[in-house]
Design a protein around this ligand. Structure first.
Ligand SMILES: Nc1ncnc2c1ncn2[C@@H]1O[C@H](COP(=O)(O)OP(=O)(O)OP(=O)(O)O)[C@@H](O)[C@H]1O
Ligand SMILES: [Mg+2]
Length: 467
């Protein structure tokens, strides 16, 4: 973590100056404001680690500031102080969620100690949240990271089907973690102690794939000097992972269908049927239904494989997983490559959340690895990001503005207001009407958003009650 930032709220200039001076001595970045309202405005704009607030202030008092921190779940610790120390207010402040309570006149050492304690507490809190999430992920499925709802659904499906022998078809764009999921299925199954055998059907030339899968007898074809067992035999009692299964030739599709239905096959050039006990996990980044419609993939085989479909969402549809994945990859590669890089700055992270990630998690993993090698600072800043990511985001924002001016002209302020209304509604819906989150999506502060909501007379839709 870089410099810690501290916000001071006090209506007396003398106190502000004194506290700023003491805390600046500790190399903290200090900001001071003169009342509670300004404090809240600053908190809604910039991240602070600690806020030190006077109790009695005009407009909004210290308790109001603490309440704002708690209600908005800011990752910031509140400390309150007063000259009119009464046990009652101290208790009120602590009940609200203040970390500590001080009375004036201040002693420089006391303030330094309390702020240091608050920062230690914050670091511990952050580490705790991270460890808990990590533990949950590791305990359940090796290293599959994801707290988004869609990934939680994936986890619960893995949970349900891992223990069975059912065929699973893992679907998802390139880099979404299909192989990771296939391994998790195997290593959480009763077959975990037996082999997991992956075959990339798209990477092996057609004429070799058959012998790769089923093996061959000596002399089966030119160059077959001795017999060789195939992957299905290797995977006996374990699982076989047929990656890019859509790439199989029609001839091989027939043979695979037979293995699935009859659990037996012959080696190439052989006549003796070989029985096999394997669990089949297949994966593809193509739309198999479309492949069936186009006549490129056998319909009967599709149904045999698609017993349990497991859809991996693209990364752009679960951007809340991005910070956690970044943390995971930093931990994975950071120790060797660059232990001083601690994370991504706020702006850089916000671009990562907007970027479309055509290469999904794999692309993100590569980016983190690259940043570890290329960045000199402690945090990745905007300027460190590759052009592709910067450009991806400007493209997204400029496409928003593409409206053709009608022949008859337009009323500019109505058009602007309509656009604003539409985009605010989208942000609110996407964030479940949590205004802080919506404000983040729109890159405005919460107060501004609230004003705009009022002006546009927007209302949260009533919950639909079922039954
Ligand atoms: N949820 C996740 N948590 C942690 N790492 C992940 C996650 N998803 C993917 N990865 C990592 O991203 C990389 C790509 O994952 P994987 O190879 O499983 O993708 P894939 O869907 O099989 O891609 P392709 O279709 O290109 O073969 C791997 O290094 C994997 O460890
Ligand atoms: Mg793969």
């Amino acid at each position: 973590m870089g410099t810690y930032s501290i916000l001071i709220a006090d209506d007396e200039a003398q106190n502000r100056d004194y506290l700023s001076e003491i805390l600046s001595e500790e190399q903290y970045a200090v900001t001071a404001v003169a009342n509670g309202k300004d404090a809240v405005a600053r908190l809604s704009q910039d991240p602070f680690h600690v806020v030190l607030t006077d109790l009695q202030m005009p407009e909004l008092d210290g308790l109001g500031v603490i309440r704002y921190l708690i209600e908005n779940r800011l990752n910031c610790i509140g400390i309150i102080y007063t000259g009119y120390g009464s046990v009652k207010t101290a208790v009120d402040a602590m009940k609200l969620g203040a970390f500590d309570y001080l009375t004036k006149p201040f002693k420089a050492d006391e303030i330094k100690v309390v702020v240091k304690k608050a920062l230690d507490h914050l670091a511990l809190q952050e580490e705790n949240t991270y460890l808990k999430q990590q533990l949950k992920a590791r305990y359940r499925f090796e290293n599959i990271i994801g707290t988004s709802d869609t990934m939680q659904k994936v986890f619960s499906l893995i949970d349900k089907v891992a223990s069975t022998d059912s065929t699973v078809l893992v679907l998802g764009e390139s880099g979404t973690g299909k192989e990771l999921v296939a391994r998790a299925l195997h290593y959480n199954s009763p077959r975990a102690q037996n082999p997991f055998v992956p075959v990339n059907c798209g990477a092996i030339p057609e004429e070799l794939l058959e012998s790769e899968l089923f093996g061959h007898e000596k002399g089966a074809f030119t160059g077959a000097f001795r017999a060789r067992i195939g992957r299905f035999e290797l995977a006996h009692t374990g699982s076989i992972f047929l990656d890019e299964v859509s790439e199989m030739s029609p001839n091989l599709q027939v043979k695979l269908l037979r293995v699935i239905q009859e659990r037996e096959f012959e080696r190439v050039g052989g006549i003796k049927p070989i029985r096999t006990d394997v669990r089949i996990i297949a994966a593809t980044n193509r739309n198999l239904e479309e492949e069936v419609e186009q006549g490129r993939f056998r319909e009967d085989l599709y149904y045999r494989l698609n017993v349990i479909p497991l859809n991996l969402p693209p990364l752009r549809e679960r951007d809340e997983d991005i910070p956690l994945l970044v943390k995971h990859f930093l931990a994975k590669y950071g120790k060797d490559k660059n232990p001083s890089l601690t994370g991504f700055g706020k702006k850089a992270m916000s671009l990562l959340m907007q970027y479309k990630w055509p290469g999904n998690v794999r692309e993100l993993e590569n980016l983190v690895e690259r940043m570890l090698i290329l960045c000199d600072g402690t945090e990745v800043e905007l300027g460190d990001l590759p052009d592709k990511i910067l450009a991806g985001c400007t493209q997204a924002s400029s496409s928003l503005s593409h409206i053709d001016l009608p022949e008859s002209g337009i009323d500019l302020s109505t058009a602007v207001s309509e656009f604003e209304r539409n985009i605010i509604i989208q942000a609110l819906n996407r964030s479940n009407w949590v205004k802080n989150r919506a404000a983040k999506l729109l890159n405005v502060n919460r107060t501004t958003l609230v004003e705009k909501i009022k002006k546009q007379k927007l209302q949260k839709p009533a919950e639909v009650k079922l039954g």
